[in-house]
Write a protein that binds this ligand. Structure first.
Ligand SMILES: Nc1ncnc2c1ncn2[C@@H]1O[C@H](COP(=O)(O)OP(=O)(O)OP(=O)(O)O)[C@@H](O)[C@H]1O
Length: 516
């Protein structure tokens, strides 16, 4: 079942930069966010003529409504939102969609130096949404072990630079990767390396390596301006095991593969503002950045008007730029997509344009569906294969000969596309699956042991407590008993003493000597 959702649109305004503070004595913030879904942009000159009754708010400003308006202009303001607070608002939804099996996408859009990289990557002291999200994905993966779900997270990092895709984690950075289209899952990038994320520090080392290789340059607007669109893809594979007993892992019953694309777009720029005159390479980069963003804008415009179009089918020009081609599914297909629009508090033209752009994006719908697959219980008939050991060995020998010969001639990738899987391939695949299963079983049993050990520890603590209580009660009861015995003894002594006294009195009364 697919779910139709509008693209979620957020707008974030950044603080003034040192150069903006220096440029004017009292720089004025053009943006206000009177509530969490409203953004108001002041017009530099009022529209219309004052007819004596004064200008209306509409003459002086433009008002926009979005899903989220994020105020990061003034740190001293109580509504100020830093990266962590923004993540707390947005991250949990992204995380749950990913684990529910949906493809997810978060794109940061905005003019150059508006805060896209700051929002997505952050810095050492204030990590952005990407590191914060990955920390939580890894935590959630640990929790899944308890529910007999094995998770594998793969990470790839590429950039689109001058309309070509480069793998930022590849062995050969200058190698260009091709974009192809799968009939069911849509466009994908060929030969981009996917790295299995072991833990958070491993992820950080991959991210740093990729960031280091990313194309950046100094412009007059930004000391470290991104000259490319960066796309991080995290692919999560969840395998759910099913069994009737708690201690046994059972068989793999269901598989879900979902991904999240985190896109830091290069900023749109104006030659006049970036002051790149004479720098041919920078100008070429800027032109191609603007071109791809213009195509993105055209696609968005067409998609936004799609429902109301009377002309029937709309041809969206995804293929006109690599960026839109790669993002095709996220803009209109199987994806839950969010866009964050970063704006400067002072550049009216660019901020106005960005807000109008965001207003269009609000209207776009995507139709996401959870990517679940039921697994058959026995992927390979292992027993049957074992019965005919010799036949298998002979056929494997032959296969190896054939494959070795083919390998020397044919590229592995083209072979994989054209050939039916052989028995050898099937065994390898089966063994790989078994090894992954054994690894997870080990992890699951370790987790189970950890839980049982902590249960035993808790029971031991409880026993200690009961023993202590028993000892205290025992001592108290002995004390109470002693006090009670002493009381009885005293009472007996008192009784004996008083009866003795009475007897003495009686004796004195009946003393025969006193009779005469
Ligand atoms: N919310 C924020 N709080 C504090 N500083 C910020 C914030 N957003 C952006 N900045 C600062 O603004 C400057 C530009 O930000 P950033 O590099 O993220 O812009 P960008 O939109 O990615 O630019 P480009 O498109 O040129 O790469 C940086 O010095 C960054 O530290």
């Amino acid at each position: 079942m697919s779910e139709s959702n509008n693209i979620k649109v957020s707008v974030r305004v950044r603080p003034l930069l040192p150069r903006e503070k220096e440029a004017s004595e009292h720089p004025k913030c053009l943006i206000s966010m009177p509530n969490p879904t409203k953004t108001v942009l002041q017009l530099p000159k009022p529209l219309g003529v004052d007819t004596g009754r004064g200008l209306t708010e509409d003459d002086k400003s433009r008002t926009y409504l979005f899903d989220e308006c994020i105020w990061s202009f003034d740190q001293s303001d109580s509504n100020y939102t830093d990266n962590k607070k923004y993540y707390q608002q947005t991250g949990p939804d992204l995380l749950s969609h990913l684990f529910e099996g949906y493809n997810v996408c978060l794109l940061a859009y905005g003019q150059t130096s508006s805060g896209k990289t700051y929002t997505m990557m952050g810095n050492r002291t204030e990590p952005g949404i990407i590191p914060l999200l990955i920390k939580d994905i890894l935590k959630q993966m640990e929790i899944c072990v308890n529910e007999k779900i094995n998770c594998e997270l793969r990470f790839s990092y590429m950039e689109i630079y001058n309309e070509q895709v480069r793998d930022l984690l590849g062995d050969n950075n200058s190698q260009k990767c091709k974009v192809r289209e799968h009939p069911q899952t849509g466009p994908y990038v060929e030969n981009v390396q996917e790295h299995l994320v072991r833990d958070y520090s491993h992820f950080l080392s991959l991210l740093n390596k990729g960031n280091h290789s990313r194309s950046t340059a100094t412009t007059s607007m930004n000391d470290k301006s991104s000259r490319s669109h960066a796309i991080i893809t995290l692919t999560l594979k969840q395998t759910r095991f099913e069994s009737h007993s708690e201690d046994d892992l059972g068989d793999a019953a269901e598989e879900m593969i979902s991904n999240i694309k985190l896109v830091d777009l290069a900023g749109s720029e104006r030659l006049g503002k970036t002051k790149l005159y004479g720098q041919q390479e920078r100008i070429k980069e800027g032109t191609l950045i603007n071109k791809s963003l213009t195509v993105l804008g055209r696609c968005i415009g067409l998609l936004a008007g799609k429902d109301t179009s009377k002309s029937g089918t709309v041809v969206v020009p995804y293929r006109e730029s690599i960026l839109t081609y790669i993002l095709k599914e996220n803009l209109s297909g199987n994806s839950k997509t969010c866009m964050i629009f970063c704006v400067s508090p002072v550049d009216f033209e660019e901020t106005h344009q960005t807000l109008n752009y965001a207003n269009e994006v609000k209207k776009i719908k995507t139709s996401a569906r959870a990517n679940k697959t039921k697994l058959s219980k026995a992927p390979v008939n292992w027993e049957e294969l074992q019965k005919s050991d010799q036949t298998v060995i002979d056929s494997l020998k032959k296969e190896i000969e054939v494959l070795t010969e083919k390998l020397s001639r044919i590229e592995v990738s083209s072979k994989a596309e054209t050939q039916e899987p052989t028995q050898f391939d099937k065994i390898i695949e089966f063994l790989e699956k078994e090894s992954a299963r054994a690894k997870f079983e080990n992890k699951y049993l370790k987790q189970l042991m950890k839980e049982k050990n902590s249960h035993i520890e808790e029971l031991n603590r409880h026993i200690d407590y009961i023993e202590n209580e028993y000892e205290t009660l025992f001592i108290e009861s002995q004390l109470a008993q002693r006090v009670h015995l002493q009381q009885i003894k005293q009472e007996l002594l008192d009784a004996t003493y008083s009866s003795q006294q009475k007897m003495e009195l009686d004796m004195r009364e009946y003393d025969p000597c006193l009779l005469f």
